[in-house]
Design a binder for this molecule. Sequence first.
Ligand code: MN
Length: 238
Amino acid sequence: MNQLSRRAALLGAGAAAATLWAEPIRAQATGPYALPKLGYGFDANEPYIDAQTMEIHHDRHHAAYVANLNAALKDYPKLGAMSADVLLSKLGQVPDSIRTLVRNNAGGHVNHSMFWQVMGGKGGEPGGALAAAISRDFGDLASLQSAFNKAGAGVFGSGWVFVTVNKVGRLTLVPRPNQDSPIIDGQRALFGNDVWEHAYYLKYQNKRADYLAAWWNVLDWSKIEARYSAAMVGTLTI
Ligand code: MN
């Protein structure tokens, strides 16, 4: 059990965690950047996401973003010492020659670090303050899911669909192209789904809508509730 899930289990999800939360949720503190371990087996999301897709996605695709980011920053130790979220928030300070590389690969690193964290669960529904926020901002969970799936299906080519959360807990549906992270725009992803073909093609081929619908069955809402609590006290970083 990782630190986040241990803490969530100790405190219970929801408002109680908000006042006690201490550790920032980061990919890691500084570079060189490292591939985070999955908190569950490659087969944990079966049958909705197959084990082979999980293994290739984590061990090859995410690993490549990490390797490419480290390579891009090899001659820029000050930038390489920043955490990936801080780096993305300061893209304007990154030299032109590597800015696109950093945007794509730091984005890929933080997006996937979030993605692994919110999966490995059994779906269902959130509780507590997050459930209330979803009702307030989307009407109900089914309405959120419907709008989210529509936005994900509407991403042209490769990209993501996120629900972002601000410091007062307001939720917003935000599709993004490529590996663009909401962090670039000063926002934080509460959770999000990867709609690059590499995320689903082995099992779903061209049926992205089926993948989007199935994905809700593997969410770990306790992790997302912990991320929501962290966002409210300013410690959600990736
Ligand atoms: Mn991906």
